[in-house]
Design a protein around this ligand. Structure first.
Ligand code: ADP
Ligand code: MG
Length: 239
């Protein structure tokens, strides 16, 4: 795929050009820790279409999490061009990025990242609260999501009262709350036993069939095999 040519054909890249949800061109990321500079990404070209299921693989330290943080607008690139659904995100401010994250992206992390003090229900409700959704609609939506991830009977449990696989399903319900364009997952089965990992994988497949764009960083060969396409990162570059 020649991204540079695609860019030329699309002029300044109107929204949804070529159906691309994610459009990255020559993205670099340098971590400047004072003493040393780490060139984590050295010129990434990546296009992901609406409805694709993409696995990102590569050795530890190759830049996968850095790439996920940039795609998810949790961090900003040092250089290059990044469009999310045609919208240039490189130049946006903190509040605008937070808004994009909440509305467009559902995050799933290896360590679940649930708030331990509150119930599964309240964890899933959180993005809806931030999104200004009414109490009544929040309740209906959370209930629907807990059913979707097959945890309706554990709704009022705290994360510490759940298994790893159940916690990850809560995290997936939370990721889905605002009906995001993309699910971004970083090693979502990394802390799970094989059987829970298989559950998560089939849940992802269901979501993908229902139209969600899936971008999953994984070491799990079973997961990579189910994806439509694998992108390999090595030394900060797409291999
Ligand atoms: N916050 C940071 N500050 C400095 N260096 C970092 C930071 N995060 C990651 N790195 C470095 O960037 C490179 C890529 O890391 P990362 O994206 O976490 O790789 P992966 O997820 O593939 O294991 C590594 O050399 C790592 O040490
Ligand atoms: Mg990582």
């Amino acid at each position: 795929m020649n991204l540079k040519r695609m860019f030329k054909q699309n002029g300044n890249g109107t929204a949804g050009a070529n159906g691309a949800v994610i459009h990255m061109n020559d993205i670099t990321k340098i971590y400047d820790t004072g003493k040393i500079k780490v060139e984590a990404l050295r010129g990434i070209d990546l296009a992901v279409k609406q409805g694709e299921f993409v696995a990102i693989v590569g050795p530890s330290g190759s830049g996968k999490s850095t790439l996920m943080n940039l795609i998810g607008c949790l961090d900003t690139p040092t250089g290059g061009d990044y469009r999310l659904r045609g919208e240039q995100v490189s130049g946006l401010g903190r509040d605008q990025l937070a808004d994009i994250r909440n509305r467009r992206i559902g995050f799933v992390f290896q360590n679940f990242n649930l708030l331990p003090q509150i119930s599964a229900f309240e964890n899933v409700e959180m993005p809806l609260l931030f999104g200004g959704v009414s109490r009544k609609r929040r309740r209906a939506r959370v209930t629907e999501l807990m059913e979707k991830v097959n945890l309706a009977d554990r709704m009022h449990h705290k994360p510490t009262e759940l298994s790893g696989g159940q916690m990850q399903r809560v995290a997936i319900a939370r990721a889905l709350a605002m009906d995001p364009d993309i699910i971004l997952a970083d090693e979502p089965t990394g802390n799970l036993d094989t059987s829970s990992g298989t559950d998560i994988l089939s849940l992802f497949e269901d979501l993908w069939r229902q139209g969600t764009t899936m971008l999953i960083i994984t070491h799990d060969p079973a997961m990579a095999k189910r994806a439509q396409r694998t992108v390999e990162i090595r030394d900060g570059l797409v291999n």
